[in-house]
Design a protein around this ligand. Structure first.
Ligand code: GTP
Ligand code: MG
Length: 199
């Protein structure tokens, strides 16, 4: 998949969101899980800021994504700020900037929420809460286990089984932004969700 991406805008308030348009794919997960890296890996270039300091992405960043041979921005990728390491208490999005919830609740163009889990970390309550909440509000979701390159084959399988059990999810896609493992599979999910949204 040959794709390019450019930043449309960074929003810190719902009134700054760009007008509804092409299907949007949002990347969600705890701070430092690798959302911006995954976005860069999908388009095979560095458009989103990556950092070893958690909390790097503080705005909702909208990217126009163009695929080779197609006219116009076929898709948008939406890089969201991460939620904290702290256990989420009363609302799923506690500790999350206030503009994220309206985006997830109200955005008509939102076609797929890609929820990133760290393959190296046991299942986390905050991630489970988020996944349950997205299900409740009826958002299509793809679960991805990131940083898969840090685990050997056997350990990775064990980690995926543990996550699948906890999330009651049939498929959790292992991904490495470092090697690109999982990229074609995730693109397939993204394309399918975008087509469904447009149908
Ligand atoms: P925030 O914007 O702070 O919420 O973080 P983020 O989720 O966007 O994470 P980011 O992409 O900035 O990556 C955080 C750190 O994890 C960086 O040091 C990355 O190099 C590292 N990282 C991300 N993806 C991978 C991966 O697939 N494999 C390995 N080994 N490291 C990764
Ligand atoms: Mg980021």
């Amino acid at each position: 998949m040959q794709a390019s991406a450019e930043l449309i805008l960074s929003a810190s308030h719902p009134r700054q969101f760009p007008p509804e348009g092409p299907p949007e794919i949002a990347f969600l997960g705890r701070s430092n899980v690798g959302k911006s890296s995954l976005l860069n890996s999908l388009v095979e270039r560095s458009v989103a800021r990556v950092s070893s300091t958690p909390g790097r992405t503080r705005t909702i960043n909208f990217y126009g994504v163009h695929s080779a041979g197609r006219q116009g921005p076929a898709l948008r990728f939406v890089d969201l700020p991460g939620y904290g390491y702290a256990k989420l208490s009363r609302t799923v999005t506690a500790g999350w900037p206030r503009f994220i919830e309206p985006y997830l609740l109200e955005r008509r163009s939102l076609a797929l929420c890609v929820v990133l889990l760290d393959a190296n970390v046991p299942p986390q309550a905050s991630d489970l809460n988020l996944a349950r909440w997205l299900q409740e509000i009826g958002r299509p979701m793809a679960l991805v286990a990131t940083k898969a390159d840090r685990l050997s084959g056997n350990k990775l399988r064990q980690a995926l089984v543990a996550l699948q059990r906890e999330f009651a999810a049939g498929d959790i896609l292992p991904y490495s932004s470092r090697s690109g493992a999982g990229r074609p599979e995730l693109w397939r999910r993204i394309r399918a969700a975008a087509q469904e949204r447009q149908a």
